[in-house]
Ligand binder design. Structure first.
Ligand code: SF4
Length: 407
């Protein structure tokens, strides 16, 4: 049975991160998952990410207990189920943070910051809590869906980042310190480059980390980037995976098909999918989702421009043209045989199968695609039986085509 041994360390550091949110030692800033966490950390904030909590509610399948609470308050059951599950969990005063990590409840924010680089939903979501806690809120609204991100657009985002400074100074009680910001950006860059190397280990024929493993091991790059802890964790994980490559150990050594996962994970069904693909001798080796926390443009010598650029250039914030180029490059790099698009009911922003991109991308790359319908947290939008049938048929077709081409 293949096991990534670093998982034990992962559990320890994630546990200590969550407990630190209630230690009272630091002020707490809430931030979107691809928001300016480095700037917040440079003011000494501990940073809490409600999307990570949304994923926890999805993975523990408790989201469906909470979504109706948000719906009662006027939030549509068809908008982001991270948002509705998180708000509902707060209203019900229940969270896995209590049961799994011993917290007394949802961490209380001193400051809330969001970045609409991923979607505008985060603005409504975070505003709910700013009102609820009478808490200062700052927002970054970068240009969206760009082919290329130019210096003009970067300058606009830098200006918005810098407008956060007076609020951060007031709430934290600390003056902005450029050296501290540079140091956090440096640590964040080092961790993100290690995370990128971790993901690239699965370009190997015997891949040591699957997409499903990646959704677990990405925890520190989401919630702890900009800290020594994240850097140390990915140093350890990378070392283990590189050793596994040398020893020819992987999660599915005899994989016949290599798949790319596009879109959000279906958090409550990760194990089911992982087993399904293994049973079908298929390795899911790469994804847009796990790659979303690779910010390889970070540069501590140019902290403002580099962070503004990295956070504006993310996959979700790009045009179809840019997305197709990125996907084509990943297909080649990871030797992909097929792509599965998760068309998520409540996340329009991270679903790329609604406007014909799968067909256009197939014309360019020749890589076959399948669209499955589901949701990140709300399993009422997911049909397990139908999805299994679609996936197994898709994999059979890929194998038949490979056989007819190669045989
Ligand atoms: S990107 Fe999708 S899942 Fe994430 S916060 Fe926005 S709507 Fe929700």
């Amino acid at each position: 049975m293949y096991k990534i041994q670093s998982t034990d360390t992962l559990k320890e550091i994630m546990g200590s991160y969550f407990r630190s949110l209630e230690s009272g030692k630091k002020k707490i800033a809430w931030c979107t998952s691809v928001g300016p966490a480095e700037l917040l950390r440079s003011f000494g904030f501990e940073v809490y990410f409600p999307e990570n909590h949304g994923a926890l509610l999805g993975a523990t399948r408790s989201a469906m207990d909470y979504i109706p609470e948000a719906v009662k308050c006027g939030y549509s059951g068809h908008v982001c189920s991270y948002t509705t599950a998180d708000i509902g969990s707060y209203l019900k005063k229940e969270t896995p943070l209590i049961t799994h990590y011993g917290l007394s409840g949802h961490p209380k924010p001193d400051l809330i910051a969001y970045n609409t680089n991923q979607c505008r939903e985060v603005q409504d979501w975070f505003q709910f809590f700013a009102t609820e806690f009478s808490c200062p809120i700052v927002g970054i609204q970068p240009p969206r869906h760009l082919d290329e991100v130019t210096d003009d657009e970067v300058a606009l985002v830098v200006k918005q980042f810098q407008q956060m400074i007076p609020v951060c100074e007031k709430v934290s009680g600390q003056k902005f310190d450029l050296d501290s910001f540079k140091e956090v950006v440096k640590l964040s860059k080092e961790a993100t480059l290690l995370w990128q190397k971790v993901l690239k280990t699965s370009t190997q024929k015997i891949a040591p980390i699957s997409f499903f493993d990646g959704t677990i091991h990405m925890g520190p790059i989401v919630v702890l980037r900009g800290t020594q802890l994240a850097k140390d964790y990915y140093t350890q994980l990378l070392k283990e995976l590189e050793t596994n490559i040398i020893e020819q150990k992987g999660f599915l050594p005899e994989a016949k098909i290599r798949i790319f996962w596009e879109g959000m994970p279906i958090w409550g069904k990760l194990r089911m999918f992982s087993d399904l693909f293994s049973l079908n001798n298929t390795a899911v080796v790469a994804s847009t989702y796990c790659s979303s926390w690779v910010f390889d443009k970070f540069d501590e010598n140019d902290p403002w421009n580099s962070t503004a650029r990295a956070y504006t250039e993310i996959f979700i914030n790009r045009s179809e043209k840019a997305k197709m180029q990125m996907l084509s490059d990943w297909f080649k790099e990871f030797s992909i045989d097929g792509i599965i698009y998760h068309d998520s009911k409540t996340c329009f922003n991270n679903s790329n199968a609604k406007f014909g991109m799968p067909q256009r991308l197939k014309e360019i790359t020749g890589v076959p695609s399948l669209v499955i319908e589901g949701d990140l947290c709300d399993l009422r939008f997911f049909s397990e039986g139908q999805s299994i049938t679609k996936i197994e048929t898709f994999l059979e077709q890929i194998e038949e085509n490979k056989y007819s081409v190669n045989g």
